[in-house]
Write a protein that binds this ligand. Structure first.
Ligand code: PLP
Length: 353
């Protein structure tokens, strides 16, 4: 069976060495030695000024919206994983969708200003498939209208834009370390920000608001990564070059063997050092997509419809039509992509398509 992705499993002896440290310390959560070491190592690997590890990739979005959303209207993309939208509603803010760019698939920055109202407090955009949004234009719009910028950078581990980690952009940026993501801790995630106030506020927010055992800065939630999760992260991180190299081979294979008179793929923004995290193909219509998906399923190959449906069509949101996103969402399929997908498997997939 070939799935859209496969979690990376480090050698079990290396994972056990990390677990042994937890047993030695007799300390299993609440920012133990392994979580702190993982943060230090990630900070160095990613070249970011600040990182806070969390127990998944949704909690940092919730924290960001709690701190910056102010129950207002949040300008957002309809083409992302459902968490980008559900979190906005969950945090008592209102999603206001802006359609996407047809080739980059990120929010169409030229349509953002028309969606701003006196109630708008922030922009929450996704670097979908690790492809950067137009961060410069978004920053300029946010500055002009005094809005906050939150990036759902769940797919962007290791991506840099103009030589700078993509996590360094926006007021707050978030990542997911879920098992299906390119770097993982089983479940996990992180929050990135450069502003000292946001660093303090997000830190206490992820630990119930604690200032000390008996004092509180404010309200918070439990967003802590455990030592067990950090152990996985510490065992996986040294393999990032292997993972990236393997995934690049997969992307190169698809790029040279797919018939681009029949399908298209996304365009990566200029000046981006990408992480090869997904391989979406766009068919001419939904009927063709369903036919290909069915044929692949019959030989035990399971691509996924990332991302369908377009999020503006969710029952719990109120939105105008988003023609570009809706047309892309019904025709896009992510092909299997992981570091050790073999050439014979890739050939089978390409031939069938
Ligand atoms: C995976 C993902 C999330 C959620 O991350 P979890 O770690 O599963 O909570 C949020 N946004 C996007 C775009 C994602 O792909």
């Amino acid at each position: 069976m070939i799935n859209v992705t496969k979690a990376f499993f480090p050698p079990i002896e290396e994972y056990q060495l990390q677990l042994q440290r937890i047993w030695n310390n007799q300390w299993i959560t609440n920012r133990g030695e392994l979580v702190r070491e993982l943060e230090t190592n990630l900070k160095e690997y990613l070249q970011v000024s600040h990182i806070l590890c969390t127990n998944n990739g949704t909690i940092p979005l919730q924290i960001a919206l709690k701190l910056l959303g102010n129950n207002g209207e949040i300008i957002t993309t309809p083409f992302s994983y459902v968490a980008s939208t559900s979190t906005i509603v969950w945090e008592h803010c209102t999603p206001v969708f802006v359609d996407i760019h047809p080739t980059y698939l990120t929010i169409d920055e030229t349509k953002i200003e028309a969606a701003i109202t006196p109630k708008t407090t922030a922009i929450l955009a996704t670097h979908v498939f690790g492809n950067p949004c137009n961060v410069e234009v978004i920053e300029a719009i946010a500055k002009k209208h005094q809005l906050k910028v939150i990036y759902d950078a769940a797919h962007s581990f290791g991506v840099s834009y103009k030589g700078n980690s993509l996590f360094n952009f926006g007021d707050i940026s978030t990542c997911s370390f879920h098992a299906t993501k390119i770097f993982h801790t089983g479940e996990g995630g992180a929050l990135f920000c450069n502003n000292k106030d946001y660093q303090l506020q997000s830190f206490y927010s992820h630990n119930f608001g604690h200032k000390s055992a008996t004092e509180f800065y404010g309200m918070g939630i439990n967003g802590k990564l455990s030592e067990l999760q950090a152990a996985m992260g510490l065992a996986v991180l040294p393999y990032m070059p292997t993972i990236l190299e393997g995934r690049k081979k997969v992307v190169d294979y698809y790029n040279t063997h797919l018939d681009f008179s029949k399908v298209t793929t996304l365009k990566i923004r200029e000046h981006t050092n990408w992480n090869y995290s997904y391989y979406p193909v766009i068919f001419k219509d939904e009927k063709t997509l369903l036919k290909v998906q069915k044929a692949l399923n019959e030989i035990q190959i399971f691509p996924r419809r990332y991302f369908y449906p377009s999020l503006n069509t969710l029952k719990y949101v109120d939105s105008k039509k988003m023609p570009v996103s809706e047309r892309i969402a019904e025709r896009i399929l992510c092909l299997p992509s992981y570091y050790d997908l073999s050439e014979s498997e890739l050939k089978m997939i390409c031939d069938l398509i």
